[in-house]
Design a protein around this ligand. Sequence first.
Ligand code: PLP
Length: 382
Amino acid sequence: MSIGDIRDIGDGTRSVRAGLPEPVAYEPTLPGPVFAAHFHLPGEPTGPYTYGRYDNPTWTHLEQAIGELEAPGRPAHTITFASGMAAVAATAFSQLRSGDAVVFPDDGYQALPLLHERLRAGGVEVRTAPTGGDAQLRVLDGARLLWIESPSNPGLDVCDIRRLVAAAHEAGALVAVDNTLATPLGQRPLELGADFSVASDTKGMTGHGDILLGHVTCTDLELATAVRDWRKTVGAIPGPMEAWLAHRSLATLQLRVERQCGTALVLAEALAERPEVTGLRYPGLPDDPSHRIASLQMRRFGSVVSFVLPDEERAERFLNRLRLVDNATSFGGVRSTAERRGRWGGDAVPDGFIRFSVGAEDPEDLIADVLRSLDQLDKPQD
Ligand code: PLP
């Protein structure tokens, strides 16, 4: 039975049943991927399935599932994409025209400046301000779209989403929230008033570090139609296999997120005790600068912990000596990863800044691995 219209169920139940079609005798619970460039199409092309760039039954199931997670008990429209950036770009380009102004965070995902360049080239005024302190409020005047990333990646700053949404709507701006870090089990932007909940599903949503995917969810049909039309135009569509794998992965979303967020807090608490660690950020830590606002709008605080080691050399040593943590980018996967973020050159972070993505390992094993590596920080590499 579809649980789309039930509000009062737990996240685990919702995760395992999200987007499942009504049972059909002798058919699988989750139908397999449909590989089709075109569909039999007698007469007028009214759909639902006509051509593979327009729609696909495997996307329909996944989009239903994501909608149920993003907006439980409410009708929602989800459009899935080939990657998170495809979803981000579709939201921006489907809404902004030459002469419009848009407000972005200046501490968000490091590919956003690439998008700014494209928007500017198309005559859009791009303004930026930090996530922390709700600073985006100060540059909102006359904007058509406010883009929020909270918690921000990689600095983990948080803004008051309800407050920013209220001010933006008052000023006639739409609001998109990049919810990649939190996932809908950690935060539901649409319930906080946002017009678009956008995410890279490459991260915690699918959680295995093996597919790229993204989505946009809105409750307004007109906005959703504009995003869907953009996907049709640029063709940034998910492959059916990726869409099916993503749907399968959603069944374990609550299990993964619960474990990963729980261990992230334990890791943050352990790091807080270490003298060589500075700049520690985790919104779930009671004395984190973001904790108060995060507690008002987040249900779980995410799987990413950020901190700073004394310099680049020690940070690299720390990463090299970890046995259970892969030195890799991205986050939200079941296998812990960490990286020195400064190596990309796109974030305003110190040389020793580490973004640590906590996986589903046993917490005591992971913490022991981290502490052992920290204990050897001053010992030169063999
Ligand atoms: N938004 C955030 C917050 C991200 O961290 C990322 C990727 O790291 C993206 C968007 C882009 O996602 P993708 O790599 O799936 O295109």
